[in-house]
Write a protein that binds this ligand. Sequence first.
Ligand SMILES: NC(=O)c1ccc[n+]([C@@H]2O[C@H](COP(=O)([O-])OP(=O)(O)OC[C@H]3O[C@@H](n4cnc5c(N)ncnc54)[C@H](OP(=O)(O)O)[C@@H]3O)[C@@H](O)[C@H]2O)c1
Length: 320
Amino acid sequence: MKALVQTGYGSVDVLQYQEVDKPLPRSNEVLVKVCATAINDWDCVLKPSWFFRLFIGLLRPRGKFRTMGCDVAGVVESVGKEVTGFTPGDAVYGDLSGYNFGGFAEYVCVSEKHVAPMPANISFELAAALPHAAELALQAIQAAPPLSAGQQVLVNGAGGGVGTLLIQLLKSRGVETTGVDRPGKLPLLQSLGYDHVIEYPKENIIRLGKPYDLIIDTKTSEPARGYLHILKPGGCYVTVGGDKAGWVFVLGLLINRFTSRKLKLVALKPNRNLARITELVEAGELQPTIDRVYPFSEIPSALTRFERAEHQGKIIIKVA
Ligand SMILES: NC(=O)c1ccc[n+]([C@@H]2O[C@H](COP(=O)([O-])OP(=O)(O)OC[C@H]3O[C@@H](n4cnc5c(N)ncnc54)[C@H](OP(=O)(O)O)[C@@H]3O)[C@@H](O)[C@H]2O)c1
């Protein structure tokens, strides 16, 4: 089978399509014929820091990090002898980031615990957009105190995979929403239902000073203490990622004990709510926003588009 193998670090030139052995499922695994995958931060490891390289390989990615790709949607081709939940022919989807990656390939083996039956009413391309981003969106909301109608919620970095799903989950809770992103992405935010939009980097949410009940950030970029100034008493700031997200966790250890305002960092638990995501999609309450669909042979171009942050919503790869 064909797989995209990363042979070093630097530019997309280190990515090579290679003929590799089709994997065999272990007893607890299913072999999935990948129909579609999506691009996420995890998959874009062309220029990792030296610290990160300690974990994934100093000079080149090793082991499971050689073929990235965490979101997959596809069809079960065969199952290990202890698998009870799936049979060949089942359509499944899941996030492999907590397992072994490998979605940038024609086939991948994954523990049956890391996939779920795909929503019945959507294509493989739409399904591949969901596991990683929708889990981050749901787990960010779950990390915050319960929302009440009319509360003010801000989503920073609202035009990417997570923010375009978050708005749908927030709208159903009756809150007033503000989305922040680059000017070119603001029309999309308005069309998805954000009540207000803020243009970054021209405007800075901390300097604007408007307080919110909940802030969800996909790209924490300011010093953590700044967010405290734009939280109402009892308000909560939740980050799922960004350069300074770690400081949110550190400051939160202190702040969360002694003040009514909360600072939280979501550590993704892959696939925890997949059954709930399937329900929402089948009920027509959650639909991913697709930026572009690339053929399998063009993953390097898709990664370049993602690295340049030209995408709005999810970039999808059609594999089979
Ligand atoms: N917590 C965990 O366990 C975990 C696990 C996996 C991934 N993650 C993280 O979760 C996040 C996933 O978000 P996503 O998939 O929605 O990312 P995405 O598709 O890259 O979207 C992020 C959006 O935020 C915008 N943005 C960047 N910096 C900004 C700023 N300072 N202010 C406002 N907007 C800004 C980006 O636009 P421009 O780039 O054009 O500026 C982009 O439109 C990533 O940060 C990822 O690293 C977390």
